[in-house]
Structures are given as C-alpha cells and as structure tokens.
Design a protein around this ligand. Structure first.
Ligand SMILES: Cc1cc2nc3c(=O)[nH]c(=O)nc-3n(C[C@H](O)[C@H](O)[C@H](O)COP(=O)(O)OP(=O)(O)OC[C@H]3O[C@@H](n4cnc5c(N)ncnc54)[C@H](O)[C@@H]3O)c2cc1C
Ligand code: SF4
Length: 351
C-alpha cells in the first residue's frame, strides 16, 4: 500500500480545513481500505472522521423528519427498534447487506459513498474510465454479466452496489452536507450521478465536502405498514444484489393511494421510477397492475453486455416486491432479510 498521512480531527471545522486535493475521508474503512490495499485508490492523506462530534445520533426533528448522523453504523441503524418500525424497508435493506461484522464497522455516509464493485475498477492494472478518466473500459468486452441495464453510457456500465440507498431513494431521503462554504443539502435522487462522459464524477458532492447526516421526511413514516426491500443475489447472505427493489405503498380501503418504487443494482444510481408510482396510485393491488408497473420501471432498459437476462430478472423482482409490500410489512423482520426465501421459517433475526 502506498504510504499516506493520517489526520484525526476533533471537530468538523478542523476536518474541513484539513482536506486538500488527493485526500479521502475515512469512515468505517470497509470499502476505502480494501481499495487502498488493492492499489485501486491511493490517497495522499486520509482524514479519519470517526472522532467528529454529533454525527452518531438518530433523532426525530420537530417537523417529524428523522435525521441519521453520518457516523451511525449500518448495524446501529437496523437494530434501532423505533427506526426499524418506522422505516422497515430501510432496516431490511441494511440487514441484507454485507455481514454482521462489516455492518458494525460500516457507516451510513460510507455506504452512500461506497464505490462500484465492477471488477475492473478494483484492479489497478485494468482500463477503467471511472478510476482513471480516458483510460477506457475493460468491462465493455469483459465480465459484464452483472453490470448496468439502465442509465449506462459508452464510457461506463457500472452499477451502484448499495442496498441502503435504494430504500432511501424510495423514501425521498435528503443528504446533509458540510463544506468550507457552509451547509447544503441534496435530494438522494440527485446525489448519485449517471456516468455519461464523466464516470469519474460519481456523486454531486464537491471535492472537500463531507456528509454529516441523512434525513427522511416525516411523510416517509406513512409507508411503514406496507414497505419491503427485496434483494436477489447469488448467495442468500454476504453477497451484493444482482437486482433489488424497494417498494412502499400507502393503502386506503384496500386501494393503493400512494406508491414509492426504486430499483437497485441496475444502474449507477438507485433507479426511482415516478411513472410506475403514478400508474399504481388509485388502484386495487393485483399482479396485472404490478406487471404494468414493472414494465414502466424497466422502460428504456437495454443490455450493456451479456446481461439481457437482468432486465427480466429486475422486472420480476419489482412484481414480487410490490406483492410483498401490498401483503403488509411483517410484524417481525424475516429470518433472511430482503431474501426471496424470506418467508421460510427460521430463527427470527430481528425481534
Ligand atoms: C465483503 C463485503 C460485502 C459487502 N456487501 C454489501 C452489500 O451486500 N450491500 C451493501 O450495501 N454494501 C455492502 N458492502 C459495502 C459496505 O456496506 C460498505 O463497505 C460500507 O457501507 C462503507 O462504509 P464505511 O464507513 O466502511 O466507508 P469507508 O470505507 O470508510 O469509505 C467509503 C467511501 O466513503 C467516503 N466517506 C466516508 N465517510 C464519508 C463522509 N462522512 N462524507 C463523505 N464521504 C465519506 C470515503 O472517503 C470513501 O470514499 C460490502 C462490503 C464488503 C467488504
Ligand atoms: S464499467 Fe465503469 S467501473 Fe467498470 S471498468 Fe468500465 S469504466 Fe470502470
């Protein structure tokens, strides 16, 4: 690993002042340190944000919004019972990611900022426009069976690996940011960027800006009774999604009054689909309706390589996630969170 300076600031202002081009923030280190060890990332300076005060709380604000500090660990978020009851699709998404040990270390901000799992991005010897602008994209003629089917460009066909972000996108989360110029916020829908001609620009964060919190609007709680996250993966645990879907419904008199839908692992950002949501609203839930919503969700999808199969898989994932959401949020988290096999009997992991 290339040597680097480690800075451990005690305040946010100190952290912002310490940042310089070539520096990286360090949260739990579960992604950054792996990439540094592989030689894919080589920051000159690592700024450890773990000592910054006031970033570890989950709070309810006076307007009913819920604010999650950037340093709340993935494990703390999913195991906070009040939070899980209010936002079950988020708890289910978090619990479906990584492993217990990783979730203990990984932070909410780090999860938002984690890098793609495209194998060529992680290999410093491969051509990768995202890691090294203008170098090419070895994935185009290489291992691309699990890469993007929506929003990709000739320059990059990578997907976002985050489960958490898919449920956050469905529920209209907002990312709170601090920079030397002050504080600002970005809707999560605008936070992750599609690759276009500049895949190296992955988020709307400007150099030197720090995520301090993620906020869920008060309205997000109104989906608690009918909200699920479904994740299809090659193994039932400790594996990234091949396709995933967060589905959240508000039901009135048996009809869907409002719907929220976002897909994961199909594009470089969570894929929120307003057309599908509009199509669902006002109708009685049934499989035909869900199939039409799934078609709308995948409208515009096209293979970026040997991954045409992923379009149909994602379509079926949407139908199944909507079916599960319409059936109601289970009183207890399933033994296998977010799994298609989640209804199997088993030890309850989250009671
Ligand atoms: C084997 C394995 C399996 C995994 N499986 C899954 C999975 O199934 N689903 C899933 O969603 N995730 C999965 N993960 C990813 C894991 O969730 C992420 O590694 C983790 O969320 C990153 O959090 P961290 O705090 O460790 O980030 P770090 O590794 O510390 O940082 C990651 C990135 O975030 C930046 N960063 C950190 N904090 C801030 C901040 N406050 N503001 C701005 N930038 C910041 C860093 O500079 C870096 O670029 C897996 C990881 C591993 C190693
Ligand atoms: S798909 Fe994107 S991340 Fe993967 S090699 Fe191509 S440019 Fe790099």
């Amino acid at each position: 690993m290339k040597s680097f300076d480690l800075i451990q600031p005690a305040t946010i202002d100190e952290a912002l002042a310490a940042w310089q081009p070539g520096a990286s923030w360090l949260g739990g280190g579960t992604n950054l340190v792996d990439l540094m060890k592989a030689g894919a990332l080589q920051p000159d300076t690592v700024i450890d944000v773990n000592r910054l005060p006031g970033l570890r709380e989950i709070e309810t604000l006076s307007d009913g919004a819920t604010r999650i500090g950037a340093l709340v660990s993935n494990a703390e978020l999913a195991s906070d019972m009040e939070f899980a009851r209010s936002f079950p699709a988020i708890a289910e998404a978090v619990l479906s990611g990584a492993s217990g040990q990783l979730r203990n270390a990984a932070t909410v901000a780090g999860n938002l900022m984690q890098r793609t799992r495209c194998a060529y991005f992680q290999d410093p010897n491969a051509a990768c426009n995202r890691r090294e602008p203008g170098s090419g994209c070895d994935a185009r003629a290489g291992e691309n069976a699990n890469l993007a089917v929506l929003g990709w460009s000739d320059a990059c066909i990578a997907t976002s690996p985050s489960d958490l972000c898919v449920s956050l996108a469905a529920l209209d989360a907002v990312v709170e940011i601090r920079g030397r110029e002050g504080q600002r916020e970005i809707a999560i829908a605008d936070f992750h960027l599609l690759p276009g001609d500049t895949p190296e620009r992955e988020t709307a964060l400007q150099p030197g800006e720090l995520i301090v919190a993620v906020r869920l609007p008060a309205e997000a709680r109104q989906f608690a009774a009918n909200a699920r996250y479904l994740k299809v993966r090659e193994r039932t645990s400790f594996a990234f999604a091949v396709a995933s879907c967060a589905a959240a419904l508000q039901m009135e008199g048996g009809r869907i009054s409002k719907a929220r839908l976002a897909l994961g692992a199909v594009a470089a950002r969570p894929w929120r689909v307003a057309e599908a949501e509009t199509l669902l609203a006002g109708h009685l839930p049934d499989t035909d309706l869900f199939a039409r919503a799934a078609d709308a969700a995948l409208a515009g999808a096209s293979p970026s390589g040997a991954n045409a199969w992923k379009i149909e898989l994602a379509r079926r994932t949407v139908i199944r996630a909507l079916t599960l959401a319409a059936a109601g949020t289970p009183a207890r988290m399933p033994a296998l969170p977010a799994s298609p096999f989640g209804e199997l009997a088993g030890e309850l992991a989250h009671v």
